[in-house]
Write a protein that binds this ligand. Structure first.
Ligand code: PLP
Length: 351
């Protein structure tokens, strides 16, 4: 039997997906005539109002062009001199940003041991042992990723406990929310879930992702702690995240935030990951694929089968020491993509 038609790189990443048609429509609508640059336009004002509404309180919204830049900007606003950032050893800022936070901010990142992408209060407390030692960079910010790089979520209580431990030691808390939409959708409390997770826990600033959730290319840094936001607009320019034609970034977020679409899109991606798990788990050895919390699964596959499968339908390695890979769904993943991919998995595994 030959392989079925490939669904191309449908499970490579959520940022391999295109933009949602409503986002493209919003871009076309924003493309009329002239509008003042650097955020002095009606789309940006609307976008700022939508973020205030979303968080249920006035926040400072600083739109940014990419996720690495958004993280650097958020950390720039939270750090003081001679301070360091505590983060998980698997965090994007530690592993996948080419050292941008260290280079741009001149601040040390201190990676903490994580379990399934999550750090614990005990690890934070241990790292805070450096406080007061003049020979050690002083922990000043705790950065958490929600949902994590391992497709897991911190519970609201986990975040609350981590924020409390950090604040008690004078640290500020950043959330890398490149996939916050998936985490909020997974919690299942609608928009209220975002407030429970981010506002009520006392997070100081969040990088609120858009690009992985159907936007063409847009991220936002949201400061909930308004005292820390005061220098934000200057820092954004310094870290090269101030877009001149900002209306095109704002218009994308407006399209996503209207009518709770951002949560619907992320909820769809999450549901498709569950479907992918349901379709492929019976084809794999017991325990080779865990059920997803959000929009990714991490199967362990024999390396030769993985190579054949990947040549047919591309996906990324995850932990090469354990023959573990990542399959990720997106706002536009279809049941047909899943049935074709599952047929390919069955084929390479001889099922
Ligand atoms: C957890 C996380 N944070 C931030 C980013 C930002 O990425 P980029 O700079 O590619 O937009 C990513 C992208 O993969 C990510 O997975």
């Amino acid at each position: 039997m030959s392989m079925p038609p490939s669904p191309a790189c449908a499970f490579a990443s959520d940022n391999a997906a295109g933009a949602h048609p409503l986002v493209l429509e919003a871009l076309v609508e924003a493309n009329h005539g002239h509008a003042l640059a650097y955020g002095e336009d009606r789309w940006t004002k609307r976008c700022e109002a939508l973020f205030d509404e979303l968080f249920g309180q006035p926040v400072t919204t600083l739109l940014a062009v990419n996720g690495t830049g958004a993280n650097v900007l958020a950390l720039a606003g939270l750090l003081n001199q001679a301070e360091a950032v505590l983060c998980s050893d698997w965090s994007h800022i530690n592993v996948d940003e080419t050292g941008a936070p260290e280079r741009v901010l001149g601040a040390k990142l201190i990676p903490l041991r994580s379990v399934a992408g999550r750090v614990s209060v005990a690890e934070v407390e241990r790292a805070c042992g450096a406080l007061g030692n003049p020979h050690h960079a002083q922990p000043g910010v705790l950065s958490l990723t929600q949902s994590t790089e391992w497709g897991t979520c911190y519970s609201v209580d986990d975040i609350g406990a981590l924020v409390e431990a950090a604040h008690a030691r004078g640290l500020r808390v950043h959330l890398d929310g490149a996939r916050i939409a998936n985490a909020v959708a997974a919690l299942g409390h609608g928009v209220g879930g975002l407030r429970e997770m981010v506002v009520e826990t006392g997070v100081d600033a969040i990088s609120f992702g858009g690009t992985k959730n159907g936007l063409f290319g847009a991220e936002a840094v949201i400061f909930l702690n308004l005292d820390l936001a005061a220098r934000g607009q200057y820092l954004r320019k310094q870290v090269n995240q101030l877009a001149s034609k900002m209306r095109f970034i704002s218009a994308q977020f407006c399209a996503a935030l209207e009518d709770g679409r951002w949560l619907d899109w992320a909820g769809h991606a999450n549901a498709m990951a569950s479907e992918l798990h349901r379709a492929t788990a019976p084809l794999l050895p017991e325990g080779a694929i865990g059920s997803p919390e959000v929009n990714s699964v991490f199967p362990v596959l024999p390396s030769e089968a993985a190579a054949t499968l990947r040549d047919w339908c591309f996906f990324w390695d995850w932990d090469t020491t354990a023959d573990q890979y990542r399959w990720m769904t997106a706002w536009d993943t279809s049941p047909d993509d899943i049935s074709r991919f599952a047929a390919g998995v069955a084929h390479v595994l001889g099922r």
